[in-house]
Design a binder for this molecule. Structure first.
Ligand SMILES: C[S@@+](CC[C@H](N)C(=O)[O-])C[C@H]1O[C@@H](n2cnc3c(N)ncnc32)[C@H](O)[C@@H]1O
Length: 294
């Protein structure tokens, strides 16, 4: 994983905690990797109550706010997986925005750079649609949570809690989980620099989901998004991201926006076609590359 300065990008104080003694060594290595203190190193610190905890447990990493609100990335039984298991996945708004039907005629396994990975929920869905997805995430903490969740899903070879109706269903689910996880990779980087880097391999599609403005009705913002807002802050670079994405994508750039929001700025020099796919609370702005291909 490329390394990005934790304190520069994660906006809250975070310490690392081992859930059990058997996780202590792992917690120590993680603290060193992320340049974060261990929980026992800060117990005498008067600001200790301000600390969020990145907890290392046998079943993965979780991130807890000082008031106990917790989030984790789970590609075995979590929300991303349930969403990707919904019927008619290929006709859902995100899938339609990707335009896979046409694209598959020239590339059966399309490549996608998800430049704002977050919890990887959209990334998992795109991988479930048989795309190779590079997840770019600027937050070192989220990046490591994504990497661990993907690794766990790749190694997943036992029974699952979800839909364990028959052993055949269990093994199908298991194989699907592992093969989807193998389509995902994580890069901890600022996507503007990553996309602008001439050495970065282009992709068929670049997908952007910048943070929504904080002014959205907070009652509607789910707990995971609340935590994300506090951890990484508001969108600061949406227009530079779009500019960089338009230079790197071969086929289309997709920008997820709240319904009714303006298009991302940054397209002043863009003369190509822009279409939209609407869903209940979201709109996908689709920027088509002018090559006429596929
Ligand atoms: C709204 S969230 C994305 C949620 C994601 N689509 C999902 O399904 O979980 C936006 C994410 O983009 C990340 N981000 C913002 N600017 C970035 C940049 N320049 N490079 C990489 N990641 C960035 C933020 O840290 C945050 O995690």
């Amino acid at each position: 994983m490329n390394s990005v300065d934790t304190q520069k990008y994660d906006q809250v104080l975070v310490c690392v905690l081992a859930a059990t003694p058997s996780c202590q060594q792992d917690a120590e290595q993680l603290a060193q990797q992320l340049n974060l203190p261990l929980a026992d190193e800060i117990t005498n610190n008067p600001r200790a109550t301000d600390y969020w905890e990145l907890k290392v447990a046998d079943n993965g990493l979780s991130l807890m706010r000082p008031d106990g609100l917790t989030t984790q990335i789970d590609f075995i039984n979590g929300k991303a997986v349930r969403r990707a298991q919904e019927k008619n996945l290929a006709s859902q708004p995100l899938a339609r925005a990707l335009g896979l039907q046409k694209l598959r005629k020239v590339n059966p396994t399309p490549s996608i750079i998800d430049a704002t990975a977050g919890y990887g929920t959209d990334g998992w869905m795109m991988a479930s649609l048989n795309c190779d997805v590079r997840l770019i995430e600027v937050s070192p903490i989220l990046s490591v949570m994504l990497e661990r969740a993907i690794q766990t899903a790749r190694e997943h070879d036992t029974g699952v809690d979800l839909l364990p109706a028959t052993s055949q269903q269990v093994s199908e689910h298991t194989a699907q989980t592992s093969s989807t996880a193998h389509k995902l990779s994580v890069v901890n980087a600022d996507a503007v620099s990553y996309l602008n880097d001439a050495a970065t391999q282009p992709s068929d599609i670049v997908y952007l989901d910048p943070m929504y403005p904080a002014s959205r009705n907070s009652a509607l913002v789910k707990k995971g998004m609340q935590l994300l807002h506090e951890l990484v802050g508001e969108d600061k670079n949406g227009s530079s991201l779009l500019d960089a994405a338009l230079h790197k994508a071969e086929y289309r750039v997709i920008v997820k926006r709240p319904k009714g929001a303006e298009q991302l700025a940054g397209t002043q020099n863009w003369s190509g076609q822009i279409t939209q796919v609407q869903s209940a609370q979201t709109r996908f702005d689709v920027y088509h590359m002018g090559t006429g291909q596929p």
